[in-house]
Design a protein around this ligand. Structure first.
Ligand code: HEM
Length: 196
């Protein structure tokens, strides 16, 4: 693929990743939602999970299609996951909890879905910080080891969703199924005997 084509596709993917935020902002500003705080919390949470799973789908897609350029999108998708979780957490701590640190800490300790969501958020921070080329060069082999944390972050995120849902588990279980396939493929490939 020509470098210029790749740049255009990257720009298009970048804009596409911002569309959920633009949509949410439009819905809130136009007063279409009776409970805007709940809506923003849910929307940013959903898009964190989607971005996380999309970034995890790059390696399997690359293997299955042979399109090696796909790797160029993994970092962007991972950083968008962090962007949406930062908005998600900010909405919760600011609009939902009004910066009541004691109440937030109590929530983190007492409500299991908040505990695991918070753990996933904290674990994403070092991945976002070390996502630059300079950090990749500096950390060398440890970079890969550190970024394996995503295999813990993603299940914690799905667990967060499963635990917060009170009645219909369909949606979180769909995400759980997608994650199982994405991680399952990796395990499967790892256990395949090497050719040659
Ligand atoms: C990687 C980390 C996280 C992911 C992937 C994530 C994902 C989600 C998802 C998918 C939802 C439900 C959306 C829906 O109902 O359609 C949600 C809701 C929620 N999340 Fe998170 N979340 C994360 C971290 C956090 C953190 C750090 C907090 C707060 C400390 C938090 C607090 C909440 C709350 C309060 C709700 C709404 C619960 C409700 O409506 O009853 N999440 N999150």
């Amino acid at each position: 693929m020509k470098p210029r084509t790749l740049t255009y596709i990257k720009a298009a993917v970048f804009i596409a990743c911002l569309l959920p935020l633009a949509r949410a902002a439009y819905i809130v500003i136009s007063g279409m939602q009776v409970n805007p705080i709940e809506f923003i919390t849910r929307s940013t949470g959903t898009w964190t999970l989607v971005m996380l799973l999309l970034s995890l789908s790059i390696t399997p897609l690359r293997k299955l299609t042979g399109l090696n350029e796909l790797i160029k999108f993994r970092r962007m998708l991972g950083l968008f996951a962090f962007f949406y979780v930062a908005l998600h957490f900010t909405t919760y701590i600011w609009l939902d909890q009004a910066f009541d640190v004691a109440a937030v800490l109590k929530d983190i300790v007492k409500r299991p879905f908040i505990t695991v969501g918070f753990a996933a958020f904290i674990l994403l921070i070092p991945l976002a910080i070390t996502s630059t080329d300079a950090m990749l060069r500096r950390l060398k082999r440890n970079w890969g080891k550190l970024h394996k944390l995503v295999y813990l972050i993603a299940p914690l995120s799905v667990l967060h969703y499963i635990w917060l849902v009170k009645k219909d588990l369909t949606q979180p279980l769909i995400y759980a199924g997608v994650l199982t396939v994405l991680l399952g493929l990796r395990i499967w490939w790892r256990w395949q005997p090497r050719k040659g």
